[in-house]
Design a protein around this ligand. Structure first.
Ligand code: GDP
Length: 448
């Protein structure tokens, strides 16, 4: 994801500091020089960087760091807090009108991900038990209305459209009327974009805004364009008075500068981050969690929230019971993989675990999605009986499975071996869990 380069550079700077028992003013200055370069390289606005560094330095060179027993940790803490502050401090939540429906106007340049973000936002609201409606007010791009309707069908969210011969202002107004009648509590209006900011686009958006008085005007902007994203946000904000920003494509190979500078430059908070093309790849933006991810400290809260909404708790409980009883079969194994996959792309999940950012660079840690797909193919090539009784898997069966799944026998063997080891470990673990004394012996001083 974005920030990979920045994240690893910052972690290097801090591990150097951690290696020192005492931290001198010169050490802090050296570290800050490197932090400054890392931020600039991540395409953070230079004025923002300058101010950030001077704030951190001022605090870090103050009394408490030098006196602390763990000076490096104090410096990291200061950077973490300032980074959070830079990205907006507390989370900026989506507005909710007292007089529903809450109207959200989505604006932005063409290709930024506006239509996709409209669908994603509808899905997010749906998950929170709201009843959103989408309005197709982009009458210029031929496929835009159809694209939104397709998204709506997937999500089972109604899409209000009047074709491309009615003015966007009229479409927006009528859409809201219909939403009122059908008791929708959120209306998301997808508007037209252009390749570049132009007068007529702004004029039209202003007219829609004046006509419908939205509760939110959200600018959808592509993080991949870096500094340019900040410039785009500034112009839109100047003309339309935005209420928030949706930063898309943060999953890509972006340097992340836009996410760090856009709030500081425009004063407009990031409300959501797009982390992929799929409809569930939109996260509410939490500055403190993002800062924590950037500094390689993980983001367990987002991971837990994702798990709560995506993982089937009944299935998870049943799996846990089987693990304890060592009744775990290949069928359960497959089930477990499916559940993990639901959390999102594996590398994104790993990014949320503390310290994993660094681990990913390690060659022996296999987070290859292709590898995961291969494992699934092997297991799916087994018969029901074989999945339930792995003992049945003799040489000829293994050969059949290898051929059926398009893998080598070695790969099939490796998986079966891994699976057996996993079962053995589960057995040991569950008997240990049953034997508190043994546990205590094992982990002297360990607290449970
Ligand atoms: P619009 O012209 O602003 O409405 O843009 P679209 O919604 O049609 O999106 C343009 C392209 O960006 C599509 O191919 C989307 O799949 C892709 N896209 C949108 N959001 C994201 C995101 O968060 N991550 C990635 N990787 N791709 C995205």
């Amino acid at each position: 994801m974005a920030f990979e380069g920045l994240s690893s550079r910052l972690q290097n700077v801090f591990s150097k500091l951690k290696g020192k028992g005492k931290v001198s003013e010169e050490d802090v200055n050296d570290a800050m020089r490197e932090v400054r370069l890392a931020l600039l390289e991540a395409d953070v606005n230079f004025k923002v960087v300058k101010e950030f560094i001077s704030k951190v330095k001022e605090k870090a060179i103050g009394q408490e760091v030098m006196k602390s027993f763990t000076p490096a940790m104090v410096v990291i803490d200061i950077v973490n807090k300032e980074l959070t502050e830079l990205m907006g401090g507390a989370q900026s939540k989506l507005a909710k009108s007292n007089r529903p429906p809450t109207v959200i106007l989505m604006v932005g340049l063409q290709g930024a991900g506006k239509t996709t973000a409209s669908g994603k936002l509808a899905k997010l609201l749906q998950k929170q038990n709201h009843k959103p409606m989408l309005v197709a007010a982009d009458i210029y791009r031929p496929a835009a209305i159809k694209q939104l309707q397709t998204l709506g069908e997937q999500l089972k969210v109604p899409v209000f459209a009047l074709g491309d011969q009615v003015s966007p202002v009229e479409i927006a107004k009528q859409g809201i009327e219909q939403a009122k009648q059908e008791h929708h509590d959120y209306v998301i209006i997808d508007t037209a974009g252009r390749l570049q900011i132009d007068e007529s686009l702004m004029e039209e958006l202003k007219q829609i805004k004046d006509a419908v008085q939205p509760d939110e005007v959200l600018l959808v902007v592509d993080a991949m364009i870096g500094q340019e994203a900040v410039n785009v946000a500034e112009s839109f904000h100047h003309q339309l008075e935005l209420s928030g920003i949706v930063l898309t494509k943060l999953d890509g190979d972006t340097r992340g500068g836009a996410a760090i500078s856009v709030k500081a430059v425009t004063g407009c908070p990031i409300k959501f981050a797009g982390m992929g093309e799929k409809l569930d790849a939109l996260e509410p933006f939490h500055p403190e969690r993002m800062a924590s991810r950037i500094l390689g400290m993980g983001d367990m809260l987002t991971l837990i929230e994702k798990a709560q909404t995506t993982i089937d708790t009944e299935k998870a409980k049943e799996l846990e019971r089987k693990m304890r009883k060592a009744e775990f079969t290949f069928e359960d194994f497959l089930e477990q993989m499916e559940q993990v996959k639901k959390l999102g792309p594996l590398d994104q999940v790993l990014d949320m675990l503390p310290g994993m950012g660094k681990m990913k660079g390690m060659k022996n840690l296999n987070v290859d999605e292709k590898q995961m797909a291969r494992v699934v193919a092997i297991v799916k090539s087994m018969t029901k009986e074989e999945k339930q009784n792995p003992e049945l898997l003799n040489a000829s069966r293994r050969k059949r499975i290898a051929e059926g799944s398009g893998n080598s026998i070695q790969e099939v063997n490796r998986l079966i071996k891994q699976f057996e080891e996993m079962r053995k470990m589960m057995k040991q673990f569950s008997s240990m869990m049953g034997n508190k004394k043994q546990m205590k012996k094992l982990g002297k001083g360990f607290k449970f």
